[in-house]
Design a protein around this ligand. Sequence first.
Ligand code: 9UX
Length: 72
Amino acid sequence: EKDTVELDISGMTCAACSNRIEKVLNKADGVENATVNLANETGTIEYRPGALSVDDMIAKIKKLGYDAALRA
Ligand code: 9UX
């Protein structure tokens, strides 16, 4: 099955930042499609919950030096 999650992502200051996060998320096992919006500071990720969790995604983003949280 497939799920979609929206994250708040902060700390991005240029388009290369958002591209970098997109690239890492899209290559992660279980991610079907990830788009990151620099202006809105959000990310939308379609993924397979059996393969990775939202916490896994947040950890990957934090490892790149940005902050991320589940969008309330
Ligand atoms: Mo742009 Mo983001 O030079 O870490 S890539 S600020």
